[in-house]
Design a protein around this ligand. Structure first.
Ligand SMILES: [Zn+2]
Length: 113
């Protein structure tokens, strides 16, 4: 389950930020996750609770913001939103798409105490 290692790296980032910004307790973590990231939100939330125990994010809430996937269509020359990597262009039904975003995972904001 790669959600566990994702959460571990998440905690590392939070602890680095804590050092840099001088806070020592996190209340809410706002996390942006792209549609194509292949992350199980339920699994991630579960792992987050486990990994956060005894850390500065103990009992913090994980707020997930799902980001749509975007791609550039070479056929119609537009940036379009798609829900899977194998979707055709919603504008022209073409398949000449280059994925631009949708596989990221990043902390958008930390609510600290
Ligand atoms: Zn198109």
């Amino acid at each position: 389950m790669h959600e566990m290692s994702l959460c571990e790296s998440l905690i590392q980032v939070i602890e680095e930020q804590a050092k840099a910004q001088g806070f020592n307790k996190v209340k809410t973590v706002f996390l942006e996750i792209g549609t194509f990231a292949g992350i199980e939100i339920d699994a991630l939330t579960f792992c987050f609770d486990v990994v956060c125990r005894e850390t500065m994010a103990d009992s913090a809430t994980l707020e997930i913001i799902e980001l749509p996937g975007t791609a550039w269509c070479f056929d119609c020359g537009k940036e379009v939103t798609i829900s899977t990597r194998i979707d055709p262009c919603p504008e022209c039904s073409g398949y000449s798409l280059q994925t631009k975003s949708g596989d990221e995972m990043r902390i958008k904001e930390l609510e600290v105490v």
